[in-house]
Design a protein around this ligand. Structure first.
Ligand SMILES: [Zn+2]
Length: 98
């Protein structure tokens, strides 16, 4: 047995909101486009990414700490309105799913 069968199948990232590690699949990737945080649920957009739980509480913590600005090496504060809308919708959709 090599002991590394499942390691690569489940990469982990740190949530910039609550700072907990989680499976990459459970986190939402965020990229910077111009001066805004943009959700990248498919993980296909180029550039540096930050990861956050798709939950308003984690988003709030990240915004309060300017974690996106730091994680994405933004030169100034980023607009998170579109990201917030996305997370709120994602949260509603998740609660509607049995
Ligand atoms: Zn989190």
């Amino acid at each position: 047995m090599s002991g590394r069968t499942h390691d690569r199948a489940c990469p982990e990232r740190t949530c910039v909101g609550c700072r907990k590690r989680a499976a990459k699949n459970d986190l939402l990737r965020i990229v910077m486009i111009e001066d805004a945080c943009v959700p990248d649920p498919r993980g296909t957009l180029p550039g540096r990414g930050a990861y956050v739980h798709p939950a308003p509480v984690c988003l709030d913590q990240a915004v309060r700490r300017r974690a996106f600005t730091r994680a994405l090496r933004a030169p100034r504060a980023l607009d998170t309105n579109a990201l917030r809308r996305y997370v709120e919708q994602a949260t509603v959709a998740e609660q509607a799913t049995p």
